[in-house]
Design a protein around this ligand. Structure first.
Ligand code: F6P
Length: 320
């Protein structure tokens, strides 16, 4: 059976990563497996920034945002020479397997390492919810909670001033944070890569909200990377009865204490990852589907089609 494993966090950090590190470490130690923390993602693996973890060293972190191991993006990890250096560092320390907590870019590295003889298991750690094989990623619920709190506050002031608040949220190319928060906040309009963005149509809808529906405010939630929200806010002021104000929530969405739901998800997934490594299995990633923790081959996960968000989009439209 595997005797020594490593754990790392990679890509953009996400609340709940610490809960996942803690779960992997404690489940493994309680099963007689030594655990090493690999710092700063694959960069630390290549450079040998690797230290043993104890039960105590992962104490008092379940409620902390960020990642105690640090994170980084290392595009060079796709080069086999770079990965070979990483494998040498792991072998030098007798580390036979690794749990990789990160997004789909990190999964590619985990798959490549598995193919080089180091069994790796991927855990979905990203606020974006853009890993298609899992219903939810670790960090999504916390980021959603942060967004909802912010929009609730924006609504108060928008209402006082007859304004339209345009709120840009993260998600990379995935609209889930925008759509879920739009539903949770009772927003008037949600714009994502799934809905598309027709500026004139949105302005027309805002005019209707003002003139016909007599709304005192309008909340538009928009995914990042779609349009320049400050420019758009100016157009709202010029072309509708609302004065437009844009708010880019930015990296505040990535921080903060993880919600109980993210802590529990991370703990369940961490346990499953260790169980798979104990069975000598690698090249898989952990998912939650219909509240069951399951594993999926990374190769399949990377090419899986995304589940349609149409039902939730329709729900949103029916609530406006
Ligand atoms: O993947 C997480 C994420 O926060 C995305 O939502 C966002 O597009 C990106 O990372 C921002 O990256 P960085 O922290 O490098 O600016």
């Amino acid at each position: 059976m595997v005797k020594r494993i490593g754990v790392l966090t990679s890509g953009g950090d996400a609340p709940g990563m610490n809960a996942a590190i803690r779960a992997v470490t404690r489940v493994a130690l309680n099963s007689g497996i030594e655990v090493f923390g690999i710092y700063d993602g694959y960069k630390g693996m290549v450079e040998g920034y690797i230290e043993p973890l104890t039960k105590a060293s992962v104490g008092e972190i379940i409620d902390r945002g960020g990642t105690i191991l640090g994170s980084a993006r290392l595009p060079e990890f796709k080069d086999v020479e770079v990965r070979s250096k990483a494998v040498t560092q792991l072998k030098k320390r007798g580390i036979e397997a690794v749990v990789v907590i990160g997004g789909d870019g990190s999964y590619r590295g985990a798959l490549a390492l598995t193919e080089m003889g180091i069994n790796c298991i991927g855990l979905p750690g990203t606020i974006d919810n853009d890993i298609v094989c899992t219903d939810y990623t670790i960090g999504f619920d916390t980021a959603l909670t942060t967004i909802v709190e912010a929009i609730d506050k924006l609504r108060d002031t928008s209402n006082s001033h007859h304004r339209c608040s345009i709120v840009e949220v993260m998600g990379n190319r995935c609209g889930d944070l925008a759509l879920w928060s739009g539903i949770a906040c009772g927003a008037e309009i949600v714009i994502t890569s799934d809905t598309g963005f027709e500026e004139s149509e949105v302005l027309e809808r805002l005019r209707d909200l003002d003139l016909i529906k007599k709304k005192r405010h309008a909340i538009v939630v928009i995914s990042e990377k779609i349009t320049d929200v400050h420019q758009f806010a100016k157009k709202v002021s010029l072309n509708t009865g609302f004065s437009g104000r844009a708010t880019i929530l930015g990296h505040v969405q990535r921080g903060g204490a993880p919600t109980p739901s993210d802590r529990i998800l991370a703990s369940r997934m961490g346990e499953k990852a260790v169980d798979l490594l104990m069975q000598g299995i690698g090249g898989q990633c952990i998912s939650i589907r219909e509240n069951q923790i399951v594993s999926v081959p990374i190769q399949e996960a990377l090419v899986m089609p995304r589940t349609s968000r149409k039902p939730l989009q329709n729900l949103f439209e029916r609530l406006v």
